[in-house]
Design a protein around this ligand. Structure first.
Ligand SMILES: Cc1ncc(COP(=O)(O)O)c(C=O)c1O
Length: 457
């Protein structure tokens, strides 16, 4: 019986909870959105806040009119709300960006020349790749198999490299593939002991867990609005000001420049702002920032204790349900039972993951994701190291339905997920494994799609 049957709080209201989608048969069912790790649905509260503000929308930092002043106030208030949400330290700053990828690229461009960056090969590509920047060097650490191994590997790498100069560790708070939590406080203490700084990729952590930059002691944190129930194209980089203020602006343009003057020799002299404006050139995304602030308020008011307890119960239900299906193998880096957020990847014996995911959608109205999840080295490690598999981000291997898969299936959920979605997902997995697909599928453009009008024989 479901461990979630007792005393779980209701899911938070999200848009799309009542959307019905067509199955291959033409019938319609309620959509079970189980791909929160890619993009979470908007919180109703965020949508309502944005709708209430929309008539008052105006330019930020530019206009003398009432609506421009109001929008500027809201934008700056949003920054303070995010700072409170992240429990920043005195002197830390919040820069609004487009998303986590943008935040980490901004930071990469702001690192002092010669910075040596460390990242585990298990990172999402957004945390793995920005450091291949001119003037930086990057060392990729092998996939650890426990928290202790991760801390020891970092310790050894930093100890072996005693050259002077700035160093940075980039590490995820929760894996976008396995959902497993990383030992951030321990890694940060280790990095700091060696004089290295830390940026936390909180894209998958911030939507699920209370986050205190002060307590974790990380130097920067990055996350995306669209994974935090605020899908309006904004993200955040927050943390220490010194390197950000010393760096060239991420984008050159209006808003980042304090003064611009023509020189006698015909050149143009620029004095750049310090603080967040330095890296926010151009007209800011005030709706995106306001939406993130609204989500921060909504999650804080709902209470992370309550949200985390609810999610833990759903994760337990999910892992227990999948463990009872022998054909299913759940992918874990740190071993069975390691703590995770509501993100889990698995493969099914005898099934191509793209075929399985297509059947979940076409026959059950369940939306999951299949692929390598923009973390190719990690997924290949977890699947047994098939180095040969070429793949675009998210694209399945071009094998035919029914063939063995070189990629995985990911199910992910959050504060808006009803228990019924997890139960329906488990029932669908069981039925597919036992009875097979009821429909026929074909490969099209590298994806598996349901044939129109073709029931399986
Ligand atoms: C752990 C992690 N980091 C970074 C990113 C990149 O986020 P975005 O695509 O919003 O820039 C993702 C996206 O899936 C992620 O899961």
């Amino acid at each position: 019986m479901s461990t979630t049957a007792t005393a779980l709080c209701a899911p938070l209201a999200v848009l799309g909870h009542d959307v019905r989608v067509p199955l291959a048969t033409g019938e319609k069912v309620g959509y079970a959105a189980l791909d929160y790790a890619a993009s979470a649905p908007a919180l109703q509260r965020v949508w309502d806040d944005v709708a209430a503000y929309a008539p008052y929308y105006g330019s930020v930092h530019r206009g003398a009119g009432y609506l421009s002043q109001l929008s500027t106030d809201l934008f700056e208030q949003s920054r303070r709300t995010v700072a409170d949400f992240l429990d920043l330290r005195e002197g830390d700053q919040v820069v609004f960006t487009r998303a986590t990828t943008d935040s980490l690229n901004l930071l990469a461009g702001a690192l002092p020349v010669g910075t040596r960056v460390y990242a585990f090969e298990t990172e999402h590509h957004a945390s793995l790749l920005p450091w291949r920047h001119a003037g930086l060097t990057v060392e990729y650490l092998r996939a650890p198999r426990s928290h202790a191994e991760a801390v020891a590997a970092l310790d050894a790498a930093l100890a072996a490299d005693s050259a002077p100069g700035p160093r940075l560790l980039c590490v995820t708070g929760a894996s976008n593939v396995t959902g497993e939590l990383w030992p951030i406080a321990e890694l940060t203490a280790t990095a700091h002991r060696h004089g290295a700084r830390v940026v936390l990729d909180a894209a998958q952590l911030a939507p699920h867990h209370r986050l205190s930059v002060r307590e974790l002691d990380v130097d920067w944190v990055a996350f995306s609005g669209h994974k935090l129930y605020a899908p309006f194209g904004a993200g955040v980089l927050a943390g220490r000001s010194d390197w950000l203020d010393a760096a060239e602006p991420y984008l050159a343009g209006g808003g980042a420049s304090r003064t611009v003057a023509r020189e006698a020799d015909g050149s143009v002299a620029v004095e750049w702002h310090t603080g967040p404006a330095r890296h926010e050139a151009g007209s800011p995304n005030v709706i995106g920032a306001y939406a993130i602030a609204s989500a921060c308020r909504a999650l804080t008011e709902a209470g992370f204790d309550v949200l985390e307890a609810r999610e833990r119960a759903l994760v337990e239900r999910l892992t227990a349900g999948l463990a009872a299906i022998p054909e299913v193998k759940v992918l874990n880096l740190f071993g069975e039972g390691s703590a995770r957020v509501g993100v889990l990847s698995f493969v099914v014996r005898g099934w191509n993951s793209s075929h399985f995911s297509a059947a979940l959608s076409a026959e059950y109205g369940i939306g999951v994701r299949d692929g390598l999840f923009c973390a190719h080295p990690l997924v290949r490690t977890l699947l047994g190291g098939e180095e040969a598999a070429p793949s675009e981000c998210g694209a399945p291997e071009p094998s035919l339905p029914g063939e063995r898969s070189l990629n995985a299936i990911r199910v992910s959920f959050g504060a808006g997920t009803p228990e019924e979605h997890v139960e329906r997902f488990l029932a669908a997995v069981r039925t597919l494994v036992t009875d097979g697909a009821r429909w026929t599928y074909r490969s099209e453009g590298g994806r598996c799609v349901a044939d129109t009008g073709e029931r399986a024989a």
